[in-house]
Design a binder for this molecule. Structure first.
Ligand SMILES: [Zn+2]
Length: 288
C-alpha cells in the first residue's frame, strides 16, 4: 500500500477526484504499479477494483479501451507522441466507460516543449478525463505543471514506517485529548507508546516539534508546519495558549528530556508534561 492509494481510498469514497495527478516515487516500478492499481480502481464500476466488472475485466485482459498508457518509440516521449496520443485524443469521448484515463510513465522525461503543450489540457481537461503523470523526480517539471496537478507519494510504505506512523498517530491522539485525560491516563502514556516502539525521548522530541508548529501558526508561518496533519490542533493551541505559557511548556520539555537522560521515571516525566499541557489548555491565560 502506498500513501497515494490511501488518498484514493478516501477520494473515491467521497467522490472527490481531481483531473490530474502526479504520482512520485524514487522507485519508479513502485509508482508505476501503484498507478495501475489506482486507475484500475477508479475505472472499476464498483469503485473497488472488484475484478469482476466489465472495466476490471477489460483492464486485466490488457486492453481497456479507455485507459491509455502513453507509448513512446524512444527513451523519452516526443512532442508528437504527446500530441497524438494525449492532446488530440482527449477530446474524443470514452468508448465504453464513463471515464477516460491517461497514464504517462517516466513523465520526468517529458521535455519542456511537451510540458508546455500540456498546460491547457492539464488545466481544463474534459469532465470525463483524468491524467496521471508517474515519475521518479518531480523536480523535472515546470512549476506551471506542478501547480495544475495533485502530487502524491507513491512509494510502498515500509512496515517499519507504517509502525512509526501508527505510533505517531496514537501519540497525537493523546495530545489532542490532553485536556480530558486524567493523571492516571497520563501516567500510562509512556508505557503504551513504548509498547508501540516509541521511546519517551521521541515523545518529547515530537512535542518539541509540535510546540514549534503552534508558534509557527501564531506567527502566521503555517505553511512551514512539521506536522501539517495536526494543523487543527496547532490552531487550537495557538488560540488558547499564551506565548508565555508556550515558553514554559518548552522549558518543561527540556526538563523532561534532562530527567530522562539521567534515568528519571519515564511514566512520571511524560505525565508531568501532559499535566502542563492540560494546564495550558484550561487556564485561558490572556497575558499576551
Ligand atoms: Zn471492477
Amino acid at each position: 500500500m502506498t500513501r497515494a492509494e490511501a488518498y484514493f481510498d478516501d477520494a473515491i469514497r467521497n467522490g472527490e477526484l481531481s483531473h490530474a495527478y502526479l504520482l512520485e516515487s524514487a522507485r519508479p516500478e513502485e509508482a508505476q504499479a501503484a498507478a495501475r492499481r489506482i486507475v484500475r480502481r477508479i475505472a472499476c464500476e464498483k469503485g473497488t477494483g472488484c475484478g469482476n466488472c466489465a472495466s476490471c475485466r477489460a483492464f486485466d485482459s490488457g486492453n481497456h479501451p479507455d485507459i491509455i498508457v502513453l507509448r513512446k518509440e524512444k527513451d523519452a516521449p516526443s512532442v508528437r507522441e504527446v500530441r497524438e496520443q494525449l492532446l488530440d485524443d482527449i477530446g474524443i469521448r470514452p468508448y465504453r466507460f464513463p471515464r477516460k484515463i491517461y497514464l504517462i510513465d517516466e513523465a520526468e522525461k517529458l521535455n519542456i516543449q511537451s510540458q508546455n503543450a500540456m498546460l491547457k489540457t492539464l488545466e481544463e481537461p474534459p469532465a470525463y478525463a483524468m491524467i496521471f503523470l508517474v515519475t521518479s523526480n518531480r523536480n523535472a517539471f515546470l512549476p506551471t505543471v506542478l501547480s495544475r496537478v495533485v502530487s502524491l507519494k507513491a512509494d510502498e510504505v515500509r512496515p517499519e514506517e507504517a509502525e512509526e506512523e501508527a505510533a505517531a498517530d496514537a501519540l497525537f491522539d493523546y495530545i489532542r485529548r490532553a485536556e480530558f485525560l486524567t493523571a492516571a491516563q497520563m501516567s500510562g502514556i509512556a508505557a503504551e507508546m513504548k509498547s508501540r516502539g516509541m521511546d519517551p525521548e521521541i515523545i518529547i522530541t515530537t512535542l518539541n516539534g509540535f510546540v514549534r508548529d503552534v508558534l509557527a501558526v501564531k506567527s502566521g508561518a503555517e505553511e512551514k508546519l512539521l506536522y501539517p496533519a495536526q494543523r487543527l490542533t496547532a490552531f487550537d493551541w495557538s488560540a488558547r495558549m499564551s506565548d508565555r505559557f508556550l515558553r514554559e511548556l518548552w522549558e518543561k520539555l527540556g526538563t523532561g528530556r534532562a530527567a530522562l537522560s539521567s534515568n528519571g521515571n519515564p511514566d512520571l516525566v511524560i505525565e508531568l508534561v501532559f499535566l502542563k499541557i492540560k494546564e495550558g489548555l484550561l487556564s485561558r491565560d490572556e497575558s499576551d
